[in-house]
Design a protein around this ligand. Structure first.
Ligand code: GMT
Length: 377
């Protein structure tokens, strides 16, 4: 199939999922066209089956806001015609499904029918999309999609609860390429980051308020009082500065490393012992899955789709949002002896196998085929 993929190319789960999906589909023989405003961060391999088309929005001083949706829908029209794209897969209802619908209508005027599949990732529904300003556009875009998927059962339920949805929503969970995370625990140069007696605790995100970054610092503060440890904070965002300030107040700056954004997530996870994800809400928690695939147990909140990913008492522990004391106690429970820690590491890897790319990507292929069949009927 010739498939156009639209996503946010920045650091963030939806862009990662869209990119990994496109790359895997290309390996399975499909021609993939990424259409977005920057080359997606994990898209390193452009080749015969993988193409990238940049959406440019010319700056025009008259416009207070530059019209990205307009530029995107025009680009979709051009790319569909030029590369004979058969189906579009857009990640995020706004503005991508909205732009895809406009492209569909424009192309219809020329006698071309391009169906589009929309994948909902979370913030388009739970944080931004449900704002009254956007709600009508989000409902409309979801209802006009030829097929809709959500990355967890929890997100599907949230979408049905928050919007007036007349379309079916199928759950296709996020996935992981286990081969990319297949390391030996002893081969990870952890000595570069911590002393032999120290445990390494990691968090990776875009440091937005929804990630509750300060809960991470407070949890780590409690842990390191009992267990020698270092904290690796990977990512950039508005909560980094307050987090660094809190580290100074608590006197733990020498134990916390702020990395900024990194393309070496697998290497960092390779030497990690525990992953923290205390988010306010999370439709899935791809970073937790990436941690588990590296054999890193997860201490998380029990919100949104996280319980579908992290299994209580097996791959880690889950607590109510904001319950720093329980999260700290559970972290210590996992870290306090090597046998328990190694058991949780093995469990985390086992749990990640449920989300193997090899079993999830065919579900997307089936949706594309079904959508194309329905459009031809
Ligand atoms: O929250 C993020 O880190 C970014 C955000 C995004 O839009 O990329 O992530 C959302 O989509 C991911 C991939 O499906 C999910 O794993 C995240 O849980 C989800 N974030 C939220 O729901 C807050």
């Amino acid at each position: 199939m010739r498939i156009g993929i639209v996503c946010y190319p920045t650091f963030g789960g939806s862009g990662v999922v869209a990119t990994e999906l496109g790359l895997e589909l290309s390996k399975r023989g499909h021609k993939i066209h990424f259409i977005t405003y920057n080359q997606p961060v994990r898209l390193e391999l452009l080749g015969n089956n993988v193409h990238y088309h940049e959406v440019n929005v010319p700056e025009y001083p008259l416009f207070h806001y530059q019209p990205y949706e307009l530029a995107l829908s025009s680009k979709l029209v051009d790319m569909v015609k030029l590369h004979k794209i058969e189906i579009l897969h857009v990640h995020y209802a706004i503005p991508h499904a909205y732009a895809a619908y406009m492209a569909q209508k424009m192309l219809q005027e020329e006698g071309i029918y391009i169906p589009f599949v929309t994948t909902l990732h979370g913030t388009d529904i739970t944080l931004v999309g449900s704002h009254p300003f956007y709600k009508p556009a989000v409902s409309f875009s979801i209802n006009k999609s030829n097929a809709v998927t959500a990355v967890s059962e929890s997100l599907r339920e949230d979408t049905l609860r928050l919007f007036n949805i007349t379309n079916d929503i199928k759950v296709i969970t996020n996935f992981i390429d286990l081969n990319k995370f297949d390391h030996d625990f002893t081969d990870c140069q952890r000595g570069m980051m911590a002393n032999v007696d120290e445990k390494i605790i990691t968090h990776i995100s875009n440091f937005r308020p929804v990630k509750r970054i300060l809960d991470i610092i407070k949890t780590f503060y409690n842990i390191q009082k009992t267990i020698p440890a270092k904290l690796m904070m990977v990512g950039e965002g508005p909560e980094r500065e307050p987090a660094e300030r809190l580290c100074r107040t608590l006197g733990i700056t020498d134990k916390v490393v702020f990395f900024g954004n990194s393309n070496e997530i697998d290497r960092i996870l390779c030497f990690s012992d525990l992953f923290l994800l205390p988010s306010e809400t999370e439709s899935f928690g791809l970073s937790a899955l990436e941690a588990m695939a590296s054999g890193v147990p997860v201490i998380s909140s029990n919100t949104g789709g996280i319980p579908e990913v992290n299994e209580q008492g097996f791959s880690g522990f889950l607590s109510d949002v904001g319950d720093v004391e329980e999260m700290s106690a559970n972290a210590i429970k996992i870290l306090q002896d090597e046998n328990t820690l190694n058991q949780f590491k093995r469990n985390a890897k086992e749990q990640a196998q449920k989300f193997d790319i090899a079993s999830i990507v065919p579900q997307y292929e089936a949706i594309y085929e079904e959508t194309l069949r329905n459009c031809k009927a």
